[in-house]
Write a protein that binds this ligand. Sequence first.
Ligand code: TRP
Ligand code: SF4
Length: 336
Amino acid sequence: MEKKIMLTGDRPTGRLHIGHYFGSLKNRVKMQNEVDECYILVADVQALTDNFNNPEKVRKNVREVVIDYLSIGIDPEKATIYLQSMIPEVAELTVFYSNLVTIARLERNPTVKTEIAQKKDVFGESVTYGFLGYPVSQAADITAFDATIVPVGEDQQPLIEQCREIVRKFNSIYGETLREPEAYLSETKRIKGLDGNEKMGKSLGNAIYLSDSEEEINRKVMGAVTDPGRIKKDDKGNPSICMVAYYHNLFSSKDEYECVCKECKEGARGCVACKKQLAKNISDFLKPFREKREYYEAHPEIVDEIIIRGTEKAREKAKKVMAKVKKAMQLDYFEK
Ligand code: TRP
Ligand code: SF4
């Protein structure tokens, strides 16, 4: 039987939020128990592609993201958490793969296209070679570990597709060497922001972070977008255009959610009480995460040790795959 190898990760450019949780973190926690090998990378090199002028930001967020992982239940005994920049084989592979993908194909990649449009402040009218090429480096991330399963948010799907194309091209030229990975998408594809925006985003200011305190959650929920037609408490409301109802559906029990909708429609529910109830449910949901987080925040040396050990282990694996790649490419000079 072929080994099931999971690999995934995040750019350390900010803390992770509940959109990430439902989008892919939750699947990772589950999958770590179901695969033969599990790797989670902190993509600091990729983070530099759009933060090359802000290395402090990337560095500062490495530990934050690892604490986010640990707090939600990623188990370092099961999952190898490692730093991308400390695996030189990945950089090497990126160079080899860059011959197997055209510039036109990268420019057509929907994820890259969207991001370039969003990052005019960083790139102006002309994007860097590194950013345009980050799907190539992401293909190296995945294939350097022979990964077969990649739990990601749906926005990442075109990157997995691009990786599969690179693998096929590689195998057709150099012989059957690499495996094609598959994206593993969550059912809750994307969760909306508190402001009603289609996407909850670090840069959009509409997110609830896994690390938010109860006070922060309260404050954010109080500011969430509700049915604008409701002025007085007994006005009949429309929960389908209210973000508070939307989140009740995610964080409250089924009965509670149904009661929210019913009372809202009848004008029998005040928005403030409705928000308070939601804030409490979100806080309760995040409570076990918060407790774990406190432990790791108090023990940064344990977090560092997890990253160091994980990176060593990851490097061993990447070296093995690299040897196979070099052999296929006839770059195995002086090997016996
Ligand atoms: N692109 C991902 C993000 O934006 C991070 C990432 C880098 C990744 N390399 C990966 C995800 C490999 C899955 C597999 O956060
Ligand atoms: Fe939204 Fe609740 Fe107010 Fe209805 S009562 S509009 S669901 S906050």
